[in-house]
Design a protein around this ligand. Sequence first.
Ligand code: ATP
Length: 216
Amino acid sequence: MHVIYGGTFDPVHHGHLRLAVELKERLGVSGIAMVPCHIPPHREAPGTSSAQRLRLLELAVSGEPGLHVDDREVVRGGASFTADTLRQLRATLGEREPLAMVVGTDAFAGFDRWRDWQAIPDLAHIIVIDRPGPGLPPDSAPARLLAERRVASVAELHRRPSGGCLWLDLPLLDISATGIRERIRTGRSPRYLLPDVVWEAIRRDGLYGAGQPLRR
Ligand code: ATP
């Protein structure tokens, strides 16, 4: 099964990386493809370029054979629509290989605003990671989709190429990229929230206001 985990990764942190490792083990796959977006369609434009976010992600996973970076959205340019990414992948994987996308409950709550969202279940399985927060509004389109397509086990995802929705409860770290950017901007240390190699690159390149006089 090919599994993609997309995000802005602005910057990548240990919350993302631990989730990817937990997922790999729980799903019994040989690797997880982390897919940084170029332009996120449903949120504010990131302050860093996609090339910078991609490089930080590559530094973060280097030396970890179970995680790799798929740069197709950055290469494709424009707004990063997951349906387009899944169509590209489906074309290379063929019709039979199971394909799955991972999304947190926060992002899945707005799934029916994604471009071509109704096409997505025919392209891939959807793995929803339970994150703290308001959760899915009952009777919303994403909640109905989950109820209709919910599968009870990982094994069911391996049995068919697409169409299942798996709700997964995994241990998560309470870390957000917003909190990291805020710490850096206000001159506080984000150390131990993200890999040292990523923090070093951020400081070297002065990203997120690192090393600048404080803007309060
Ligand atoms: P921001 O604070 O800028 O919104 P973020 O830390 O939530 O960023 P994203 O790049 O937006 O990170 O997240 C990509 C994916 O990772 C989303 O599906 C999101 O639900 C998930 N995610 C984010 N933080 C964590 C975390 N600490 N643990 C597990 N999953 C996370």
